[in-house]
Structures are given as structure tokens and as C-alpha cells.
Design a protein around this ligand. Structure first.
Ligand code: HEM
Length: 129
């Protein structure tokens, strides 16, 4: 039982890899775990703790999500992104997590017809109107 003034410390890095929180595939890179019916759904701030929660919740959380989504959308809209063959993807532990060797990718131009097809599909499936 916690008493007033007790210190509670939690490890975001460990929580992001715990089977009890994320299930059996907790160590797999599976970004689609964030999607429900093809749409991004955020998790509880007490499950995905990168932005903290409660009264200390990051005030820039929504801003950070918009920035991340608009940047990703601007890139993916124009290019296919392929990680360079053999490039080592490793985290660098720091206060915020970096990629130890950066992320070397090749950007392949998307053709206009491919983008049109994507839009048509998203429209048909009701993601855009
Ligand atoms: C990926 C990006 C970000 C992450 C992971 C992040 C994470 C965090 C975390 C963990 C805290 C709580 C710190 C604590 O309790 O000691 C926090 C607080 C805060 N963050 Fe962020 N943050 C991000 C981006 C931003 C941005 C873009 C802004 C502003 C535009 C921002 C503004 C703030 C502010 C003002 C607080 C203090 C909130 C308070 O204590 O009342 N953050 N952030």
C-alpha cells in the first residue's frame, strides 16, 4: 500500500516490452498492434507510458502525434521507404531513445497512378471522404 509521499519509479523501457502488458508478441516490432479496423487508436497513458499520465501527462502529446503523423504521411505519400539491406537497426539507450547507427533507407518515388489508386481505395473503404 502506498503512503502519501512515497516515491514510485517505473521503467518506460521495460514496460514497453512486458508480456503482461503487451501480450506474447511483446518483443516483436508489430506497429499494426496500434490499429483497430485500420485506424490508429491510442492506448491508455498508463499502458503506453512514454508521455507519462495523470496530472503529469505531457502537454505536447497531441502535438507530437500530429507532427509524427504529418511527417510520416508526407514521406509515405511520395516515397516507398526501404531499409538498406544489411543495415543494423539497434537502439541506443539514452534519456530519449536514439538509433545507434541511424536508419539508412532508400526512398523510391511513388508514381502518380499509385497514389491515385491509394486514394481511390481509401475513399472506397471510407477512410477519407
Ligand atoms: C515524442 C515526443 C515527446 C515525448 C516522448 C514527451 C514525453 C514527456 C514526458 C514523459 C513528460 C512528463 C515529464 C515528467 O513528469 O517529469 C512530458 C512533459 C511535458 N511535455 Fe512532453 N514529450 C514529447 C513532446 C513534447 C512536445 C512536442 C511538447 C511541446 C510542444 C511537450 C511539452 C511538454 C510539457 C510542457 C510537459 C510538462 C507537463 C507538466 O508537468 O505539466 N512535449 N513530456
Amino acid at each position: 500500500m502506498l503512503k502519501k509521499g512515497d516515491k514510485v519509479i517505473y521503467a518506460i523501457y521495460a514496460m514497453g516490452r512486458m508480456e503482461a502488458i503487451w501480450g506474447k508478441d511483446c518483443l516483436e516490432f508489430r506497429p499494426e498492434r496500434w490499429l483497430r479496423d485500420g485506424r490508429f487508436m491510442s492506448e491508455s497513458a498508463y499502458k503506453f507510458t512514454a508521455f507519462n499520465g495523470g496530472p503529469r501527462l505531457c502537454l505536447g502529446k497531441d502535438f507530437a502525434y500530429y507532427q509524427m503523423k504529418s511527417t510520416a504521411a508526407a514521406i509515405v505519400y511520395r516515397y516507398k521507404v526501404k531499409v538498406v539491406n544489411g543495415h543494423k537497426v539497434e537502439p541506443k539507450l539514452a534519456l530519449t531513445m536514439y538509433m545507434k547507427h541511424g536508419l539508412m533507407v532508400n526512398l523510391i518515388n511513388r508514381s502518380v497512378s499509385e497514389i491515385d489508386q491509394y486514394y481511390a481505395k481509401s475513399f472506397d473503404e471510407g477512410y477519407i471522404n
